[in-house]
Design a protein around this ligand. Structure first.
Ligand SMILES: [Zn+2]
Length: 67
C-alpha cells in the first residue's frame, strides 16, 4: 500500500518538473531562458521577463498584480 502511494506521488512531481522546464525553454530554439523578475513597487506589480540568449529576444513579458 505504502509503496503504491509513493509511486503516484513521484509521478506527479515529475510531471510538474517537466511543465516548469517547458516554461523555461525558448519556443524557437529550445535554449534555456534567462528569467528576470522585477518588482515595480509603485503600482504593486511584478514584471517577469524571459530572455533567450541564443535568439537574443524577449520571448515573454508578464505582469503580475499583487494587491
Ligand atoms: Zn531561442
Amino acid at each position: 500500500m505504502d509503496s503504491q502511494k509513493n509511486t503516484s506521488h513521484k509521478d506527479t512531481s515529475l510531471k510538474h518538473l517537466q511543465f516548469i522546464e517547458n516554461q523555461n525553454n525558448c519556443a524557437l530554439c529550445g535554449s534555456v531562458l534567462e528569467i528576470h523578475v522585477e518588482s515595480l513597487l509603485e503600482d504593486s506589480t511584478i514584471k517577469e521577463e524571459a530572455y533567450c540568449p541564443h535568439c537574443q529576444l524577449k520571448t515573454r513579458v508578464k505582469h503580475h498584480k499583487c494587491h
